[in-house]
Design a protein around this ligand. Structure first.
Ligand code: IMP
Length: 225
């Protein structure tokens, strides 16, 4: 049986990948399953592919095993592709400064959402097109790249509830599932529900991450380690 390290401390993500690989000869370990601790690489790439590669290569070399890493974020056309690779800390210009570090993930999400809504204030609903993107990279222990995959989840950023043109179906934030920008992301092609109103099964079936994971799994099944 081959072993792949998933570059995450999140046991939920490890369990999800194990379930998706059910029946195959691949064993998944999370970073938390390994006794040693490894330095966290700096994600300073310009693209999701750069950052996923940085993480996959760093942990593959450090653990001596093939390693799978992902990077994801929100791309808003009207903002020239921002927040992009700095999605998780957009309100802080991507800097994990002392102020950002003191806040919980939920508090940072609220600040990021407020910034996006403020920057889109002048834009009409049709101009608020956006997508979540997820890129996955599998690196071998020598740092070579074994496989890459990408998923895209198309939608639109809704209008703030107090916006003069907001209607019940396009006003945001709405919904309590998911994380990050889900409460303001209206899922295409209908733009009626936010991704925070989808349960995890429905979201995984269409999301950027679901697509990237499924594509990666198909590739992994054809590789021999
Ligand atoms: P990562 O952990 O570096 O991949 O950062 C991803 C960031 O992009 C998250 O912190 C969120 O702000 C945003 N993001 C990525 N995927 C999603 C999603 O499915 N829903 C909402 N926000 C997301």
């Amino acid at each position: 049986m081959s072993t792949i390290v998933l570059a995450t401390q999140n046991p939920g993500k490890v369990a999800e990948l194990r379930a998706l690989l059910g029946g195959s000869q691949i064993h998944i370990l999370g970073l938390g399953d390994i006794e040693d601790s490894f330095p966290e690489p700096e994600e300073n790439g310009d693209t999701f592919l750069d950052n996923a590669t940085i993480k996959a290569v760093a942990y593959a070399k450090a653990t001596g095993r093939p390693c799978l890493a992902d990077d994801s974020g929100l791309v808003i056309d009207a903002l020239g592709g921002r927040p992009g690779v700095i999605s998780s800390h957009y309100a802080f210009d991507g800097e994990i400064d002392e102020q950002a570090a003191r806040l919980s993930r939920q508090q940072r999400d609220v600040r990021n959402i407020d910034r996006v809504l403020a920057e889109l204030d002048e834009f009409e609903p049709e101009e608020r097109t956006a997508r979540f993107v997820c890129v996955m990279v599998l690196a071998d222990s020598d740092g070579s790249i074994l496989a890459t995959s990408e998923g895209k989840f198309e939608g639109r950023i809704g209008l703030p509830i107090d916006h003069p043109h907001a209607t019940p179906s396009d006003s945001v934030p709405r919904g309590s599932n998911g994380f990050g920008y889900d409460p303001i992301f209206l899922v295409g092609p209908d733009f009626i529900q936010t991704s925070a109103e989808l349960d995890s099964k429905a979201k995984n079936a269409i999301s950027h991450r679901g697509q990237a994971v499924r594509d990666m799994i198909e590739q992994i099944k054809t590789l021999s380690f």
